[in-house]
Design a protein around this ligand. Structure first.
Ligand SMILES: Nc1ncnc2c1ncn2[C@@H]1O[C@H](COP(=O)(O)OP(=O)(O)OP(=O)(O)O)[C@@H](O)[C@H]1O
Ligand SMILES: [Mg+2]
Length: 444
């Protein structure tokens, strides 16, 4: 939280900028300077700026244009105007109206100090307010089911500590989403979140990827390179697919977890790191430990807090909330009206087994929004394997004929009424299928 305050000073006079910079830097502020308003606009995009100090009269756009731009686009930025023309009415009022500071040129360093004190107090107040913003209870993750409520509670706990966390769950359940929620709700949020895919790093590069290397450390090391732990210093390293880490990688990770120290490849200088570790896996890590393919000591270090993420099939009606969220999200990106969906199609989706979990559902809804050109989305718009998951009658007191008829109907839905395909699936010839259908029609 005690991050330095960053100031952007804009003036077409180099000497004024130099005076400002020297003066403000000696007071411990970070100072960026530029001579033109258009440069100022790009600096505002590229950096987190707390205060803009601007001249009034400049070639091209004026300080007033800059102030208007900041008011509209960077509401958290405080403003100060310096001008050699204090009589310009309008300008002074404009800045005072917006609770900004105004300083006539030439100014003494005491006058600058006085104006800065008032403005900095406002920056601190703003930062303090941000810090107590209560995190949304669901961290922007959609779901209400008991399994997800446990996930939310654990995210809250994990975010409040520095403990290592192991996130487990099947592929596509949202493990990375959970990891990001932990990081962005922890007090490390201002430092980087660095995902590392443990399954994708060749064994020979593990050390240099994790810890970096110095120039000339090995053939091909033409430039020095920072490792993941260095980049994440002060923040979080997310070890994704930790169950796939090689024995070599496991050993390297254990060492840095224990000592919080590392050396770059090709150097013996010891660096200390301050990183929080989150790890995720779709594998049963406990079983890997029992099999001897995952180190027990590393396992215990990683799973101080564990967050089990349930599969989509275990989340009950969450799937309906997810569907409606994804319909809104994708129709927004497509800039089309949000389509509705029939109850029958919803039932089919609710009963489907979702082996690819939320990712599969998300992809399906995206595809539906793109390709279905009528409203509502119907069961026949769904892929055949999903249509098939319409509810089977659960009663067991039914005759063979009844069950057969229902099965035939389902196969026809699934094949889009393609009788040849249906006969193939049912293992009967087309003539037999035709006869059965005729009998069914007569009965109805
Ligand atoms: N509860 C949820 N609410 C909204 N979106 C979700 C939710 N869970 C997952 N998603 C979305 O589903 C997709 C898959 O999530 P994510 O990449 O976090 O899964 P994962 O568990 O890391 O998968 P894998 O094991 O395959 O790496 C992402 O686009 C994510 O935003
Ligand atoms: Mg993932």
């Amino acid at each position: 939280m005690s991050e330095k305050i960053r100031i952007l000073a804009v003036d077409d006079s180099k000497s004024t900028l130099e005076v400002l910079k020297r003066n403000l830097e000696s007071q411990g502020y970070d100072v960026l300077t530029c001579l033109r308003v258009d440069e100022a606009l790009s600096l505002l995009e590229e950096h987190e700026i707390d205060i803009v100090i601007t001249d009034f009269r400049m070639p091209q756009a004026t300080g007033l244009d800059l102030i208007r731009h900041v008011r509209e686009n960077h509401r958290d930025v405080e403003l100060m105007m310096i001008t050699g023309y204090p009589s310009i009415s309008g300008a002074v009022e404009a800045i005072k109206d917006g609770a900004g500071e105004y300083l006539p040129k030439p100014f003494t360093s005491e006058e600058l100090q006085g104006a800065m004190d008032r403005i900095v107090e406002r920056v601190h107040r703003r930062r303090a307010l941000k810090a107590v913003e209560v995190p949304d209870e669901t961290y922007g993750i959609v779901g209400n089911s008991p399994g997800m409520q446990l996930v939310f509670r654990r995210i809250g706990k994990a975010a409040a500590t520095n403990a290592n966390v192991l996130i487990s769950g099947d592929s596509g359940t949202g493990k990375e989403l959970v990891a990001r929620a932990v990081h962005y709700h922890s007090d490390r949020r201002a430092a980087p979140f660095v995902p590392v895919n443990c399954a994708a790093i060749p064994d020979s590069l593990v050390e240099s990827e994790l810890f970096g290397h110095v120039k000339g450390a090995f053939t091909g090391a033409k430039e020095a390179r920072a490792g993941f732990f260095e980049i994440a210093n002060g923040g979080t390293v997310f070890l994704d697919e930790i169950g796939d880490a090689s024995p070599n990688m496991q050993a390297k990770l254990l060492r840095i977890l224990q000592s919080k120290e590392y050396c770059k490849v090709g150097s013996s200088v010891v660096h200390t790191v301050d990183t929080r570790i989150l790890a995720a896996t779709h594998k049963d890590l406990k079983r890997l430990v029992e099999d001897g393919s995952f180190r027990e000591d590393l396992y215990y270090r990683l799973h101080v807090v564990d967050i089990p993420v349930p599969s989509l099939a275990e989340r009950g009606d969450d799937i309906l909330i997810l569907i409606s969220n994804f319909l809104v999200k994708f129709s927004k990106t497509m800039q089309c009206p949000t389509p509705s969906i029939t109850d029958e199609a919803l039932t089919a989706l609710r009963n489907y087994s979702w082996p690819g979990n939320v990712r599969e559902l998300e992809n399906l809804i995206q595809r539906m929004v793109v390709i279905v050109d009528h409203d509502p989305i119907e069961v026949t718009d769904l892929p055949p394997n999903m249509r098939f998951s319409l509810p089977m009658e659960e009663r067991v007191d039914r005759s063979l004929a009844e069950v057969e008829q229902e099965h035939i109907k389902n196969v026809l839905i699934m094949t889009d009424n393609n009788k040849t395909r249906a006969a193939e699936i049912l293992g009967i010839n087309r003539k037999t299928l035709r006869e059965k259908l005729k009998r069914m029609e007569e009965q109805e």
